[in-house]
Write a protein that binds this ligand. Structure first.
Ligand code: ZN
Length: 298
């Protein structure tokens, strides 16, 4: 039996970066070696009403890198809040509770994805505009049943996504494309960890999905529920033919990740550095209070 980890006080931060499969193989952000980005603390664990969440880092960005021209602290969540040693689909609730307590307003999340749209190729970056996950998340963080409406529109921030594309164009390989949020692409969420079957891929495609991602719907939903704005940074490691080819046991093309994990990590850091700490965007209005009589009278 392992000892309960020593937990820390949750620091204040307006911005968070979430690592995932797109960063596998790297210590993020240490291995990127980006000047002006310091790891203030690592291996942080926090208590939440739903249990302990571990493997957090607190980063500091030098004033020279940031939109406001002042030093800023950024919370870094390991692998979408997942524990390192086992699978737990309720982990996002603990992780996003921490982001809420920290006062986080903008979230960038990194992952890999698969494409069921034939025009989207391996190595392409995709910033989807919409999401299909018919349960949204069973692990909601919304306060009270009648107190708020959470819109399902604009689950991905167009403002932050444009900033992400601008940053990515400086680094992404010229031979690969960047599909921006304005294309209106749709990501289907599949919890995993088992990779999607050919039949599931076809089902998602027939529902209107362009890509399939294991790390997108609870993140987007919980961002909305805590009143934050959400942007995914994801690239393709399996294409349509990879899903459909039953003669090959493997799904992912394993030559894609090594080159792009470092580029993705660099783009993630440069993008969150430029996220505004002061300005609201339309996303923050999409969690709206309901009239008091909805919950005061019963
Ligand atoms: Zn936004």
């Amino acid at each position: 039996m392992t000892d309960k980890p020593k937990t820390a006080v949750i620091p204040s931060a307006r911005t968070a970066v979430v690592t995932g499969s797109a960063n596998w193989g790297l210590a993020f952000p240490e291995d990127v070696g980006m000047a002006g980005v310091r790891v203030l603390e690592r291996d942080l664990a926090f208590d939440t009403p739903y249990g302990v969440t571990e493997n957090w880092k607190l980063l500091e960005f030098d004033a020279s890198l940031t939109e406001e021209g002042r030093t800023k602290q950024v919370l870094c969540m390991y692998s979408h809040g997942n524990p390192r040693d086992y699978i737990d689909h309720s982990c996002h609730r603990r992780a996003f509770w921490v982001l809420k307590e920290a006062g986080v307003r903008r979230i960038l999340a990194c992952s890999m994805l698969g494409a069921v749209n034939k025009a989207i190729q391996t190595g392409d970056m995709v910033i989807n505009a919409d999401i299909i996950e018919l349960t949204q998340t069973p692990y909601s963080l919304l306060e009270g049943r009648q107190r708020f409406d959470c819109s399902g529109k604009q689950l991905v921030c167009p403002h932050c996504a444009a900033l992400l594309v601008q940053t990515a164009r400086k680094h992404w390989p010229a031979s690969r494309r960047i599909h921006g949020v304005e294309l209106g692409l749709v990501a289907a969420h599949s919890y995993g960890p088992r990779l999607t079957s050919p039949a599931e891929a076809m089902a998602f495609r027939s529902m209107g999905a362009d890509v399939i991602n294991h790390s997108i719907a609870p993140e987007a939903t919980l961002s909305r529920e805590i009143g934050a704005c959400f942007t995914p940074l994801a690239f393709v490691t399996a294409g349509y033919n990879d899903y459909m080819d039953r003669s090959r046991g493997q799904l992912l093309q394993d030559n894609v990740l090594p080159g792009l994990s470092m580029i993705t990590s660099r783009v993630a850091l440069e993008t969150v550095a430029r996220f505004s700490e002061d300005q609201d965007c339309g996303c923050h209005m999409l969690k709206s209070p309901r009239p008091a009589e909805n919950y005061a009278r019963f």
